[in-house]
Design a protein around this ligand. Sequence first.
Ligand SMILES: [Zn+2]
Length: 232
Amino acid sequence: MKNILDKIISFIKENKKMTAILLLFLVIGGIVSGLCLDYWARTGRTPFSKPGKVCVVIDPGHGGNDVGAVNGNRYEKDDNLRLALKVKECLEEKGIDVVLTRTVDIFLSLEARCEFANSRSADLFVSLHRNSASSAVGGAEIWVGSDNSYRARSLAKTILKGLDDAGISDNRGVKTGYITDRNKDYYVNSHTDMTSCLVELGFITSETDNKLFDENLDAYAQAIADAIEEHI
Ligand SMILES: [Zn+2]
């Protein structure tokens, strides 16, 4: 071992220029590899592979008879659709191919929502919801599947950071599993073939969150679209 070290030291002493060039290549190689790995983890592609046709599915939760969470005559299904339509606008402005599981107030089963995305071989699936609890509880959270893919977590984190910047009453974090059972997943996270997450954008039962939702709707939609753009 000592012998090898001595040889290396004497090589460095004799070839200072060569050593500097080698070190420079190592540093540049490390940086480039790091950037490539980060790009691959976020997008599922290498920087050298041509992007195929990317399709994003936005899923406004609930609809029809299934009104979702309620506060007086305010229904979660309507807020989800309002937001989804705005996100669609923002994505289309970026030239991103986007489809909504529903564009009107109709009932859709969870199976139908997943089948919709799977049959299109969509690249990303983002389900939009609003939460419900006592009136004192507020804030946004995002759920990812327990397979805990780096890309889903990264997408969820970026969306939540954007929502936080736009203005939410509390950042409740990115969560894994299902609200009442961490060993289960939200159906749309476990039955979609692509990277997915479920956004709970504030509590419909909180007047503060509802005011923020109405005032920041455009900024929320933009934040979600920006995060999606970073991950395709
Ligand atoms: Zn919901």
